[in-house]
Design a protein around this ligand. Structure first.
Ligand SMILES: Nc1ncnc2c1ncn2[C@@H]1O[C@H](COP(=O)(O)OP(=O)(O)O)[C@@H](O)[C@H]1O
Ligand SMILES: O=C(O)[C@@H](CO)OP(=O)(O)O
Ligand SMILES: [Mg+2]
Length: 415
């Protein structure tokens, strides 16, 4: 007899472990054979682990460096490196302070200096100095508005890049004439390098015209000040940068397949680019579960159907939750009453929305249990309050910050 819940937690833990950045960073550094005079700049939720791994490998070749990560995401000191924590998903004073320190570190470098730029998702909020005429408060307001608008990360970052002195390739300009080697852990679907952490060292493919379209599409009401500041185009060519991707959602899905196979499941990856509204994704997954339960399609049971991606939530309510929690709660409606099924969805960074949960896990009994407690799922979803509902039925997945960040892993287990 299978214990689906136990298996689900094992798949989550082991597949996230498989995308921790240490090994991938060192494998890439081995190929690069860098000389001395290396300056590390690491940004994002995986910054500390990436920097620690690079420093352990390069040892005294590293002259100095800086790590800027989210609160609670650093794990102590690293020799010769300054470690900072700052606000995410909304930037704060420490974002600006630590970014200034990073600029101080690189602005007077010479041609024989190398900046090893370690980039992971989260960097947009953690690495920022606004353009002239815009202050931190303005950036906070725009970020909040964008995050709640239902815009995807490429669209969000298109706007952010055009309000920043370090995003959209601008950081690489500040580093000139020194060279930048970027190692990037991707948390953007399709691995768009100019979007991951808003591509501080990558030529920007987006334009001020794109920004205008996004403002219209999501009906964003931006202040006169912001609209006025949106006039600087980002660099479209950079001569001093080399970039390599060292991990992405594809890898975490492939690991999940192997782990599920070892646990005795028939497996398939349905997609690695799930990108619709979280609630819709949930309904769709429930439809797949019903097909499994009624007709054993698309796989014979026991089966694990695996998806990777990043859904969006147009936040209209006042509740607490995240896209993974909202996805599974939505899915729970469509699998009500079915036995031996489960749907789980987690952010590989260990945080789903502004909550302490990585995501959620539901089964055929979840909705019944909520009803017994007098909780109306539709109301919860309308108020974007998935966290409290799932919490009351033991439906949260809590991992803590994982030290990596490669989008979201979602899967169905059916027996
Ligand atoms: N109450 C809520 N319910 C569902 N989603 C929410 C809620 N509040 C915020 N979000 C979503 O959470 C996203 C930020 O979540 P987070 O996990 O930090 O993203 P990422 O891992 O991509 O940085 C926002 O884009 C927003 O859409
Ligand atoms: O920093 C960012 O721009 C995004 C994408 O890379 O990451 P996160 O969604 O984790 O904030
Ligand atoms: Mg993200």
């Amino acid at each position: 007899m299978k214990n689906l819940r136990e298996d689900a937690f094992r798949i989550i833990k082991n597949s996230i472990d498989s995308v921790l950045p240490e090994k991938a960073v060192q494998q890439e550094l081995e190929k690069m054979s860098l000389e001395d005079n290396i300056h590390i700049v690491a940004i994002g939720k995986a910054a500390w682990r990436m920097a620690k791994s690079a420093k352990d490998f390069l040892k005294d070749k590293v002259k100095n460096g800086i790590v800027i990560t989210k609160y609670g995401h650093s794990q102590g000191t690293i020799e010769s490196l300054q470690i900072y924590e700052a606000g995410h998903p909304i930037p704060d004073e420490n974002t600006i302070k630590s970014t200034k320190k990073a600029i101080e570190l690189v602005q007077n470098l010479r041609e024989n200096d190398v900046v090893l730029f370690l980039v992971s998702g989260g960097g947009s909020a953690l690495f920022e100095i606004p353009v002239e005429g815009v202050n931190l408060e303005d950036i906070k307001n725009v970020t909040d508005m964008l995050l709640k608008s239902g815009a995807n990360i490429v669209e969000i970052n298109t706007v952010r890049k055009h309000l920043s002195r370090v995003k959209g390739g601008n950081f690489a300009k500040l580093v000139e004439p020194a060279k930048i080697y970027s190692l990037v852990l991707s948390d953007v679907l399709g691995d768009r390098l100019d979007s991951i952490a808003s591509g501080p060292a990558y030529p920007d493919s987006t334009t001020l015209e794109d920004v205008e379209k996004i403002i219209k599409k999501y009906d964003l009401t931006l202040s006169e000040k912001i609209l006025h500041a949106l006039k600087n185009e980002t660099p479209k060519h950079l001569d001093n940068v080399e970039t390599r991707i060292i991990g992405s959602v594809t890898k975490v899905c492939e690991s999940a397949v192997k782990i599920a196979q070892n646990l005795g499941y028939n497996t398939m990856i349905l997609t690695t680019t799930l990108d619709c509204e979280a609630k819709e994704a949930g309904s769709f997954l429930a439809a797949i579960v019903r097909e499994e339960k009624e007709r054993e399609r698309p796989l014979n049971t026991p089966c694990a159907i695996i998806l990777g991606g990043e859904t969006v939530v147009h936040v209209r309510g006042k509740g607490k939750g995240g896209r993974n929690q909202e996805l599974v709660l939505s899915a729970a409606r469509g699998i009500k009453g079915y036995q031996e099924v489960l749907i789980a969805s987690v952010g590989t960074d260990g945080t789903d929305g502004p909550t302490d949960a990585a995501g959620g896990i539901v089964d055929g009994e979840t909705v019944n249990r909520l009803q017994e407690k007098g909780i109306d799922v539709e109301k919860v979803l309308n108020n974007n309050d998935s966290y409290h509902a799932l919490q009351s039925v033991d439906g949260l997945v809590i991992t803590g910050p994982t030290g990596t960040n490669v989008n979201d892993l979602t899967f169905i287990l059916c027996n």
